[in-house]
Ligand binder design. Sequence first.
Ligand SMILES: C[S@@+](CC[C@H](N)C(=O)[O-])C[C@H]1O[C@@H](n2cnc3c(N)ncnc32)[C@H](O)[C@@H]1O
Length: 310
Amino acid sequence: MADTKIFQAQPGAHYRRILDPWVKNTLPVSDPEWQKIEGDSLREIRRKLRKRTFLSAIGLAAKTASHRTVDKVETAYDTIWRDFNWPRPDAPTPKRTYASWGKTGLTLRPGCLGLMHLDLLMDIVERLQPKRVIEIGSGPGSNLFALAASFPDISFTGVELSSSGFKTSKSVQELDVLPQEIAVFNTRKIADDTAHRRIDFRQANATELPFDDGHFDFVFSRQAIEQMELIRDKVLPEMARVASRHVVMFEPFADFNASEHKRLATRKKNHFSAAVADLPEYGLAPVAQFADWPQKIDQGIGMVAAETIG
Ligand SMILES: C[S@@+](CC[C@H](N)C(=O)[O-])C[C@H]1O[C@@H](n2cnc3c(N)ncnc32)[C@H](O)[C@@H]1O
């Protein structure tokens, strides 16, 4: 029987406190200004989908379709992580994220939604006390640097497809002490600012993880299988294979993207769209889920905890 308390989220006020330094503006979702933000976004998504349908009808689909193949994802993230700035609430950036939570529309600085996911991940790791942990699609390593600094006795591994994500993680590992600009992306105390040097980063495709069956007692991903819709039939069973029991995903399951706005955006981006109820097909039994925190207006991310079947 699964102990669902391990995966329990904090009360809303806790996430509100994490969010506060990142908030640029708030509006009631009923406010005409917020309605315009949502309306403009939905119209743009519809326009792009119509364009794709039209080009497909005249035989030019390949020109605009974002098929999100492994090659395309790798190329895209090679560029993204090469110019990556570590997120922090006081970063001078014109970029903004539109999100809503209940009846409040939020204009946020980029990065804070990930910090909330990281905070719940920390709670889960603290309660589960795993020995060996792997992140699938670890990007430049932000989650693992924070986890290793706060839980230095755990062995962490990260698997990343893009060479620039992998190289960025490796270059941070050359530094004796975790730099402040990375260390601030954490909601916990730093127990060891040299633990980042011991993380095992690998460049590999999540369809073929170079590890034995059941090697990790905790497997997680955050907005990584989001990018793997075309290969989810291989990736999810592969995550289940290397897990001895627990798998936690912070991903855009269909359950968190039921509104028209989010459903169409998922289709436009060719993002992961499995439902939580689909997980047993891939060898995973869902045991807990949570999504009551701010969600981007065009994408919902929820925490789904599962156990391996058999
Ligand atoms: C949105 S980023 C998230 C990065 C990180 N998990 C985080 O929370 O910051 C998605 C990451 O998944 C990686 N990825 C996509 N497809 C992959 C695959 N087939 N195998 C391994 N990594 C992959 C991308 O290269 C990218 O770094």
